[in-house]
Design a protein around this ligand. Structure first.
Ligand code: NAP
Length: 316
């Protein structure tokens, strides 16, 4: 038993329902079960094959494909699905949530949660959005692992008039999962994540796409001689296409603003190369190296070669 497990005498949640059993949903299920965070855990997914696999893995007490039934007795419902599905799923589950239930999510974009759910939100249901800033490039029910959220940030974005008690429950749920929790507005979240996550993914998708389309260099050469830099981009560019399509469609203005800044800085870099400004390049690369150092010092990354990712992730 680890420190977090032994600390918990009683479950924090009576019934937890997780909708969407992919990387994040299955990681929550593994962790919630391991840390005994809920007396009863229900999982649901639109795909029957995923539901069948979830039964085999055995990280939920019940796997119920019908989401209306899955959320019926839940005290906390966490949507772990692409953000483009929120309006449809929100409308489908809302009449079946019990009074006082907390509806949360893990989506990588936050302002759109309110846009999608406010029109159908019941007054006796508490919407407390959350975003665990943790993940891998893998998808599906086998991709999850219990330690995914340990020492990672989870950003909660409750509305200004959100219930303090419901907000505190979501905060303590994520803290019990091992995450560090910070609250901010949905708009601020979207701006910060645009530069720390969304634009980097776009750059990775773009550079891998450019390499794939090059005519002067064959694809087999790109793969054969892929040095560390390109390989690291391919890892990010292997991320789930549905999830990332929805991220860009739902965080348009912040991503476009950050892309504008990025393009200006790229133009400045082009100019330095063209003019042979070695000092300019050296100074920038020295500053960026220091940023990496501080991320490692904060425990958000490892200094191990290859990001320490050679080993398969630990299962619960
Ligand atoms: P994933 O591995 O692709 O899992 C998503 C699961 O949800 C799939 O099993 C999918 O089924 C299912 N699903 C889709 N639409 C559904 C619906 N209407 N009803 C029920 N189930 C549905 O994706 P993920 O990486 O876990 O991402 C889920 C959410 O977490 C996204 O909102 C994403 O922004 C957020 N997030 C992801 C990461 C990351 O690194 N991946 C990190 C933080 C937050 P099908 O496969 O059949 O479509």
């Amino acid at each position: 038993m680890d420190r977090l497990e032994s600390k918990l005498a009683k479950p924090v949640i009576q019934t937890l329902a997780v909708i969407g059993i992919g990387l994040i949903g299955s990681s929550i299920l593994h962790a919630a079960r391991k840390r005994r965070l809920a007396a009863r855990i229900v999982a649901s997914d639109k795909s029957q094959a995923v539901c069948d696999r979830a039964v085999e893995i055995g990280f939920a007490d019940e796997v119920i494909a019908d989401i209306a039934l899955a959320v019926r007795d839940a005290d906390l419902v966490i949507m772990c699905i692409p953000v483009g599905e929120y309006a449809r799923v929100g409308a489908a589950i809302m009449p079946h949530l019990k009074p006082g239930a907390i509806l949360s999510d893990v989506g990588s974009v936050k302002a759109c949660v309110f846009t999608a759910l406010d029109p159908v939100l019941r007054e006796d249901v508490h919407l407390i959005p959350a975003h665990p800033v943790a993940g891998t490039e893998y998808s599906g029910p086998d991709a999850g692992f219990a330690s995914l959220f340990i020492n990672r940030w989870c950003i909660i974005t409750p509305a200004l008039n959100a219930s303090a008690a419901a907000t505190a429950r979501v905060r303590s749920f994520w803290e019990e999962m091992g995450a560090n929790v910070e609250a901010m507005s949905a708009d601020h979240h979207d701006l910060v994540l645009a530069i720390t996550s969304h634009v980097p993914h776009l750059i990775a998708y773009n550079i891998v796409g450019t390499a794939a389309d090059l005519e002067e260099v064959t694809q087999s050469e790109v793969i054969k001689f892929s040095a560390g830099g390109f390989r690291d981009f391919t890892r990010i560019a292997a991320s789930d296409p549905t999830m990332w399509r929805d991220v860009f469609l739902n965080n348009k203005s912040a991503v476009l603003e950050m892309l504008g800044r990025f393009t200006e800085d790229l133009t400045a870099l082009q100019r330095m190369i063209r003019r042979g400004d070695g000092d300019g390049l050296f100074n920038l690369f020295t500053r960026t190296r220091a940023i990496r150092r501080s991320i490692i010092d904060l425990g958000q990354e490892t200094a191990a070669p290859d990001f320490g990712r050679q080993r398969a992730p630990e299962k619960s």
